[in-house]
Write a protein that binds this ligand. Structure first.
Ligand code: HEM
Length: 502
């Protein structure tokens, strides 16, 4: 086991020379023999190149509006479904068709299923587009210009939202089935989780093959596959793969690997609901004052740039960014990365013999599960931008001194570990994950609130690591609500992909 971050970095940097990726045959069969996770070097790097282009920071930023709309469709329908199920509810409300799709899951009053659905929706919106929704939402936005009042209305028309949510629910179930196959016994018999995972993989491959075919049809001007705004990163992937000698099998397994990576998004979102509860008992607006700080930041952003929530708006959100990074640091959802030593080598004077398995921990947070402090200010100390947005406890704000910034960055790095890995096999989903977290925080701060009821553990609920990192009871007692109109901060989610200088 390797704990120290510098050592972890040096082991991961030696991929293809001293170590290689290690996946038992059963799990490798689930992500696929040609998936990025299992391909050996140098082939892995060749196949990864188009994924890095299609999912890179700017390419993904261009999808911000589509991702935000998908998230909002989920949040609005979830809040409406819970409101409709509440004792004495009159029913109805905006988006009843979409809310009805989620009725069963929302009734569980756990944050985890909502977060898994958010992860599924954002993944599909970023990679494949939200079908006809991009066009439809532009039409609805034109009919009703954005305002605080309009913030209470769904920006996806109900039928499109319902169809989109239902497909995301199904794909979310397939993702869960796939992830559920990673535990022993890995025996392919009809009633085993492993067999269910293999079936899920086949179903996903078939969906992704259709998505790639639709992307190619759009590229050759033949239309196909879901209307304007459809496509997303898959279109860029098809473009980047052309002439790169990457087979369809490698693209499809790569997409399954991406979906598998995205399974970490749901539990990461859960941490936001757990650590930022708006109605917390601390009197500071919840979450140690961070909830209030997030809302203040959104008000500032709207005052400076208007209500549009897209790539440009996300640039000016240091507090939001700090909270997102802290959510990635604490209770890491990928606690360790596995490698196999392909030859003898030394690490800090200790010999690692060829054939040994090397476990690299992704950060110090791994050693502090359930005993760690959620403290986003570690990401603001020394940040010049933080001077405008002081940490709620009065800390932070190093006045922009370059020395303070450098020291803080070093300290931050150390605390952060490597949640997305390092080196040749580092996560291709990092930009998408950060985008998802920042958009979710902005959306929540502008137009939602939540509470925990029923005397369950709520925000104090402990996390388990096995079979996968998650709150023990799914973060129980969770109720999401639309913010009261007087509290809502204006938001505009209309528009297609943004030009971010690609
Ligand atoms: C909280 C969320 C996430 C965490 C903590 C995370 C973490 C990681 C880590 C640690 C690795 C390196 C594995 C290794 O070195 O063997 C990795 C690889 C990978 N991740 Fe993520 N990931 C997340 C989200 C995502 C998302 C959203 C995607 C979707 C695009 C994704 C796609 C991938 C892929 C395809 C790889 C394999 C890369 C390769 O082998 O070259 N991940 N991830």
């Amino acid at each position: 086991m390797v704990y120290d971050d510098k050592d972890v970095r040096s082991v991961l940097a030696s991929d293809g020379r001293l170590v290689e990726s290690w996946w038992p045959a059963g799990t490798a069969a689930l992500v696929g023999p040609s998936s990025l996770n299992v391909l050996p070097q140098p082939r892995q790097a060749q196949v990864k190149a188009p994924f890095l282009r299609a999912l890179g920071e700017r390419a993904i930023a261009a999808r911000a509006r589509a991702v935000a709309r998908a998230m909002d469709a989920v949040l609005a329908a979830w809040a409406d479904a819970q409101a409709a199920a509440a004792p004495g509810a009159g029913g109805g409300g905006p988006g009843p068709a979409a809310a009805a799709v989620l009725g069963g899951v929302a009734a569980s009053k756990q944050a985890l299923p909502l977060c898994d659905l958010l992860a599924s929706a954002t993944f599909n919106a970023a990679l494949f587009g939200a079908a006809a929704s991009d066009d439809a939402s532009e039409a609805s936005a034109a009919a009703a210009p954005p305002s605080a009042a309009a913030a209470a209305a769904p920006q996806l028309p109900a039928p499109e939202a319902a169809a989109f949510l239902s497909e995301c629910l199904e794909r979310g179930r397939l993702a869960a089935d796939l992830a559920g196959g990673f535990l022993p016994p890995m025996i392919d018999l009809p009633f085993t989780a492993y067999s269910r995972a293999l079936r899920a993989r086949r179903a996903l491959l078939s969906k992704y093959a259709s998505e790639l075919a639709a992307a190619r049809a759009r590229r050759s001007g033949g239309g196909g596959g879901g209307g304007a705004g459809a496509g997303g990163a898959a279109d860029a992937l098809v473009r980047a793969a052309e002439g790169a000698g990457v087979s369809d099998g490698e693209l499809l397994d790569g997409l399954v690997a991406c979906l598998f990576g995205n399974v970490g998004a749901g539990p990461t979102f859960v941490k936001l609901f757990q650590h930022l509860e708006p109605t917390g008992s601390d009197g500071g607006g919840g979450g140690g004052g961070w909830w209030a700080a997030l809302r203040d930041e959104q008000r500032r952003v709207v005052a400076a740039r208007g209500a549009a929530l897209g790539a440009a708006a996300l640039e000016g959100m240091p507090v939001t960014e700090a909270v997102a990074r802290e959510a990635l640091r604490i209770t890491p959802v990928v606690p360790a990365i596995f490698r196999l030593a392909t030859q003898d080598f030394e690490l800090r004077g200790r010999r690692i013999p060829k054939g040994w398995r090397v476990w690299c921990h992704t950060g110090s947070g791994v050693l502090k599960y359930n005993a760690d402090e959620f403290d986003p200010s570690r990401w603001l100390r020394g940040d010049a931008a933080a001077a405008d947005s002081p940490a709620p406890d009065g800390g932070g704000g190093g006045g922009g001194c370059p020395m303070a910034a450098a020291a803080a960055a070093a300290a931050g790095d150390e605390g952060a570990g490597s949640p997305f890995g390092q080196g040749a096999r580092a996560c291709v989903g990092r930009p998408l994950m950060l985008l998802q977290l920042k958009l979710l925080l902005a959306l929540l701060a502008r137009r939602y609130t939540w509470r925990f009821e029923g005397g369950s553990a709520g925000p104090a609920e402990p996390w388990v690591v096995v079979p996968a990192p998650r709150p023990e009871m799914g973060l129980a007692g969770f109720v999401l609500e639309r913010a009261a109109e007087a509290d809502a901060i204006p938001i505009d989610l209309s528009g297609g992909d943004e030009d971010v200088g690609l």
